[in-house]
Design a protein around this ligand. Structure first.
Ligand code: PMP
Length: 385
């Protein structure tokens, strides 16, 4: 039996999403740019999905640009604004945070190489950003501030409304990487003060390889320079024939998530708390990051003195992560936990468990038992060795 506790890495496709996609993979395969009946059917499906995605953010459908995922959306937001905004008379200054995903940090570093001034703000021991530090970093000429909504490793939620107000009061644009929270937590681009929002379908029971970027059209109008040139699709922001089945899947996934949002949020939080309580009862276990505010399905726990990859090998039934899946191709201690001041030993002893729609009470109880047994066995071996 497999217990999948890695929903922050990716999620299974919801069968209802697959059903929505199926006609666009088989019969209705037209190119949405074509003027004939099949092209129009595909274009109509894309526009329905655009409406569903926009509704999840309380945005205008014309503000949604479909991409291949959140990595591309972050690159388009950061590099696109940097080039598009240069004309707006602002300094080449971008502000972000040390615990961002590499898909934000790496484009920011690229901007630095291109001559931008980059401020990367520190966080406290629980991963929180001090709003006063943001206020001190942003000037009246700062171009862009990029701060994620939910952290993928600890689940910590940044107070977007408060942080965006600080940035926008100085005239800076505010981008958020909402990959982990999109559809799961309420987001409203006007109330939350968001100018650009990145998201991805595969974290939300949609297909891999599709996502999008919200780009504000009014008050202020965000000027983006495209990364990909060609046929001028997506209002010139992103050329290339649209991934119709993927986009349909993203739209359906967003609509389903929003419809069941509050119930699912409470259910997953209850399961997470149950798992976390059992894990923290294990000798030497400590939580990384705060209890709240946090993404409902995430807990990150360190098992003092142990090696997390070895621990996971002792319980092959349990699928969980030792570092963000996206960076674990490169073996290096998590930069997120490092920014929180954790030493390499504690980082190396930490496991992220992320729950989701497939998770049951039996899953969390069995996982807690298996982790307890693996830790006990590891400690026995250590004592013997
Ligand atoms: N940002 C965050 C916070 C993420 O968790 C991820 C996925 N690990 C990404 C960006 C990248 O998303 P995608 O896989 O859609 O490129």
């Amino acid at each position: 039996m497999t217990i999948y506790l890695d929903h922050n890495a990716t999620t299974p496709l919801d069968p209802r999403v697959l059903e929505a996609m199926r006609p666009y993979l088989l019969e209705e395969f037209g190119n949405p740019s074509s003027r004939h009946r099949m092209g129009c059917a595909a274009a109509a499906a894309v526009e329905t999905a655009r409406g569903e995605v926009a509704a999840a953010l309380s945005a205008d459908p014309r503000e949604i640009v479909f991409t291949s995922g959140a990595t591309e959306a972050n690159n388009l937001a950061l590099l696109g604004v940097a080039e598009g905004g240069a004309a707006a008379g602002r300094d080449r200054h971008v502000v972000t945070v040390r615990t961002e995903h590499r898909a934000v940090l790496d484009p920011c570093r690229e901007l630095e190489r291109r001559g931008f001034r980059l401020t990367v703000l520190p966080v406290d021991g629980e991963g929180r950003l001090d709003p006063d530090a943001l206020a001190a970093a942003v000037t009246d000429r700062t171009l862009l501030v990029s701060i994620m909504h939910a952290n993928n490793e600890t689940g910590l939620l940044h107070p977007l409304r408060e942080l965006s107000a600080i940035a926008r009061a100085r005239g800076a644009l505010f981008h958020t990487d909402a990959t982990q929270s999109f559809g799961k937590l309420r987001l409203d681009v006007d109330e939350d003060g968001l100018d650009l929002v990145s998201f991805s379908a595969h974290k939300l029971y949609g297909p891999k390889g599709v996502g999008g970027l919200y780009v504000r059209r009014r008050r202020p109008r965000v000027r983006l320079s495209p990364r990909q040139l060609g046929g001028g699709h997506e209002r010139g922001h992103r050329s290339g024939t649209l991934n119709v089945p993927g986009i349909v899947g993203l739209g359906r996934a967003a609509a389903l998530a929003v419809a069941g949002r509050d119930e699912e949020r409470a259910r997953v939080a209850r399961l997470r708390d149950r798992l976390e309580a059992a894990l923290l009862a294990i000798d030497g276990a400590v939580r990384n990051g705060p209890a709240s505010p946090r993404l409902p399905g995430t807990t990150n726990v360190g098992f003092a003195g142990l090696d997390a990859p070895t621990l996971l090998e002792r319980m092959p039934e349990v699928c969980a992560s030792t570092a963000a899946a996206c960076t674990s191709a490169v073996v290096q201690p998590s930069h997120v936990l490092g920014a929180m001041g954790l030493d390499d030993a504690r980082i190396g002893a930490s496991i992220r468990f992320s729950l989701g729609r497939t998770t049951t009470d039996e899953d969390v109880d069995r996982a807690a038992t298996l982790v307890g047994e693996a830790v006990a066995a590891a400690r026995r071996d250590e004592a013997a060795g």
